[in-house]
Design a protein around this ligand. Structure first.
Ligand SMILES: [Ca+2]
Ligand SMILES: [Ca+2]
Ligand SMILES: [Ca+2]
Length: 304
């Protein structure tokens, strides 16, 4: 029943075009590129030292983790966000200084998704982790459901849209807890009986494993309990794996979302707040090119 939670493929055909373009920019190169300098340029030692200095500086900055937060307090989604799509009558809006999900006239599949678009999350080289506080005050019954959390998706593997999710759910049978999905694989915490908490997803590019964690009380600080891990390259993961078939420079996207089934959701019943994402890019090999080029030139000169 969970396939309804996939972010809808972009209605506006341009969605995944910018996503493709987004593979291009790189982090932290600081304008230092592999451009071949004019002949004789390196005869001047001070310029060489300056270039090495700035190359190393660029390397250091590329190694650093970048944390970006959004408290949704200005009631307007900024330029880091992209309205990705949704289903039914679901609406996810930044209002009342949080990210609220509502569904006025319920359908069997109401959802909406915003993609965070701040930095490229490269599959093979970028470690990252993202989290959001979640509140779910909905009391579903019968077949009804409500959930709020984070999805991670890509369309880079040639197999269409692929995604996983981590969310705080309430089900009509009374179950309340955290759940994570990867394709047909599911992982649930026991029934915890909470209407608030936080979810976190952590991606390790070395193993291509993505973990899902929760905290049942953000108000006393975050302490995380892992409840699922998924392998995205056909191996690893405690709860299952698939092969998303991604290329090394393919990117993933982080997507806060709200969703519900067959139940009207009013303002203040289902929302997220305090989104945060930390990105740890590995230095692109291009960063090493100026250094390697300089050292090669020096070695060539010393051999003459
Ligand atoms: Ca807020
Ligand atoms: Ca905002
Ligand atoms: Ca806590």
């Amino acid at each position: 029943m969970r396939d309804h939670l996939a972010p809808a493929p972009a209605k506006r055909g341009s969605c995944f075009d910018p996503c493709q373009d987004y593979d291009g920019p790189t982090i932290g190169r600081g304008g230092i590129g592999p451009t071949r300098p004019p002949s004789g340029f390196f005869d001047r030692g001070d310029v060489v030292r300056a270039l090495i200095f700035f190359a190393v500086l660029g390397f250091a900055s590329a190694m650093g983790a970048v944390t970006i937060t959004d408290d949704f307090d200005d009631n307007s989604m900024g330029s880091d966000w992209f309205l990705t799509g949704g289903n039914g009558n679901g609406l996810l809006t930044e209002t009342n200084q949080r990210l609220e999900f509502t569904a006025g006239v319920p359908t069997g599949n109401d959802s909406q998704f915003w993609t965070w678009f701040g930095l490229p999350l490269q599959y093979a080289s970028t470690d990252w982790e993202a989290q959001i506080d979640v509140t779910n005050l909905v009391n579903p019954s019968g077949v009804q459901y409500s959930g709020f959390g984070i999805q991670v998706y890509t369309n880079a593997g040639g197999g269409g849209l692929q995604y996983l999710s981590a969310e705080l759910q309430h089900y009509g049978n009374g179950w309340e807890g955290f759940a994570s999905y990867l394709g047909a694989n599911t992982a649930f915490t026991p029934h915890i009986g909470v209407s608030a908490g936080a979810v976190r997803v952590v991606y390790d590019s070395a193993t291509s494993v993505l973990s899902a964690l929760y905290d049942i009380d953000p108000s006393n600080g975050y302490s995380w309990t892992s409840f699922a891990s998924w392998g995205l390259a056909g191996s690893g993961g405690a709860n299952g794996n698939v092969d998303w078939g991604m290329a090394p420079d393919s990117v993933m996207f982080v997507v806060p979302f709200g969703a519900s089934t067959d139940i009207s959701i009013a303002s203040g019943e289902l929302y997220g707040d305090n989104f945060s994402i930390t990105v740890v890019p590995e230095p692109s090999s291009a960063l090493f090119l100026p250094i390697a080029y300089i050292l090669l030139r020096r070695r060539q000169k010393s051999l003459r």
